[in-house]
Design a protein around this ligand. Structure first.
Ligand SMILES: Cc1ncc(COP(=O)(O)O)c(C=O)c1O
Length: 393
């Protein structure tokens, strides 16, 4: 048997991607599954974007491209970032990657040495700890489970975990799994502190265009212009434009960091898919009407969810400000049903109701469940009806 590397042995599989496999298995047995586990929009990629991809194939735009992305896409990224956040970036600061997940991966590979500490939010998106460990780094938690108000993303939670070994901090706003957004005041305080400590501030804003609050998304690159070199923004087209399968994300960092990331990408994936890059140009520069409609629909679902969860009762949660997840505390029902933990509750719900929910333990938050509302209102109505009967029985 081939001996695996020590690095990969410490890595665990993605619990959310495992659920996708379970779903396919159950469906192949003829079961009708209500999927509230999905981390991707239930909408199709808008037609104008699909057509740009088709046109790219027709015109033979199907070869290698520059490693960090084509000039036309970088121009579209610069223009949309300037219009949205008032920040001018240079092409040499932008790295387009096959998904923001890969962008984060190469960013961490470029800065984290064995023994370094990286502060990640708790609850966390499942891949952060695995990526940090893969670099030989240690994961330190900025705890938002104890926050008041519930799940609030605070600067203090990061600052209190600083040590001389801290190399980077990851802010995820809007957050997966809580949907919480870090306020501009908190973000400015965080950036000011870590900038002064020479620590890289990574902001994963892949849900930033899926927001329900009226105030504008605070721009990490504009808040403290003097700290800009120290801030790395990682963005995605996956969620905003329902393009998860196209694998397209981008980072805006300092030029030296972008050059380092480009080197890693050069020797690992060469470049992001040429066809997806053309589609991304249309996504960013074309009509944004589809995005507005999707966000409106998510908002309707979120509000319906909140109302129904209140009616069921004993499920504390914080109303999400963005993204498309409800993260709630199911301790009451775990105890009532005499289950050991959230994993057992989620498994029982899957077996008895054919409903997929993600156990909070996957995000470092036992006794919670993540419920995605990237699924139709009709399924949400049906699923919550079944869940209410089950929980109250
Ligand atoms: C917080 C967060 N960051 C990054 C990603 C990666 O998205 P993608 O690689 O599709 O751009 C996801 C996907 O679920 C996510 O939830």
């Amino acid at each position: 048997m081939i001996e695996l590397s020590a690095r990969v042995k410490t890595m665990t599989s993605s619990p959310t991607l495992k659920l996708v496999q379970i779903k396919k298995q159950l469906q192949s047995q003829g079961k009708v599954i209500l999927d509230f586990g999905a981390g991707e929009p239930d909408f199709s990629t808008p037609d104008n974007i699909k057509n740009a991809g088709i046109e790219a194939i027709r015109s033979n735009f199907t070869k290698y491209t520059p490693t960090s992305g084509i000039a036309e896409l970088k121009k579209a990224i610069r223009a949309s970032y300037l219009a949205e956040q008032g920040v001018e970036a240079k092409d040499s600061q932008i790295v387009v990657s096959p998904g923001s997940k890969y962008g984060l991966f190469i960013l961490l590979q470029a800065v984290v040495n064995p023994g370094d500490e990286v502060i990640v939010p708790l609850p966390y998106w499942v891949s952060y700890p695995e990526m940090v460990k893969f670099c030989g780094g240690s994961v330190i938690h900025a705890d938002h489970l104890q926050s008041q108000p519930r799940f609030e993303l605070t600067a203090a939670s990061y600052i209190s975990r600083f040590s001389p070994r801290t190399r980077a901090v990851i802010v995820n706003s809007p957050s997966n799994p809580t949907g919480k957004v870090m306020s501009s005041m908190q973000l400015a305080e965080l950036i000011a502190f870590f900038h002064q400590k020479n620590v890289l501030i990574i902001v994963d804003d892949c849900y930033r265009k899926i927001m329900y609050a009226d105030e504008a998304y605070p721009s990490p690159l504009a808040l403290l212009p003097g700290a800009r070199e120290q801030v790395a923004v990682v963005s995605s087209l996956s969620k905003t434009y329902a393009m998860t399968g196209w694998r397209l994300g981008y980072s805006i960092t300092s030029e030296s960091l972008a050059a380092a990331m480009t080197k890693i990408q050069e020797h690992s994936t060469s470049n992001p898919c040429s066809i997806s890059q053309k589609a991304a140009v249309e996504a960013l520069s074309g009509d944004q009407g589809a995005v507005r409609s999707m966000v409106e629909e998510y908002r309707r679902r979120r509000d319906y969810f909140a109302r129904r969860v209140d009616e069921i009762g004993h499920i504390p949660y914080a109303l999400p400000d963005g993204a498309f997840y409800f993260f709630a505390d199911f301790s009451h029902y775990i105890q009532k049903k005499k289950f050991q933990d959230d994993n057992q509750l989620a498994m029982d719900i899957l077996e008895k109701l054919n409903i997929i929910l993600v156990p909070g333990s996957a995000f470092g938050a036992p006794n919670h469940l993540r419920i995605s509302y990237a699924t139709s209102l009709q399924d949400i109505r049906e699923g919550l009806g079944k869940l209410e009967t089950y929980l109250k029985s």
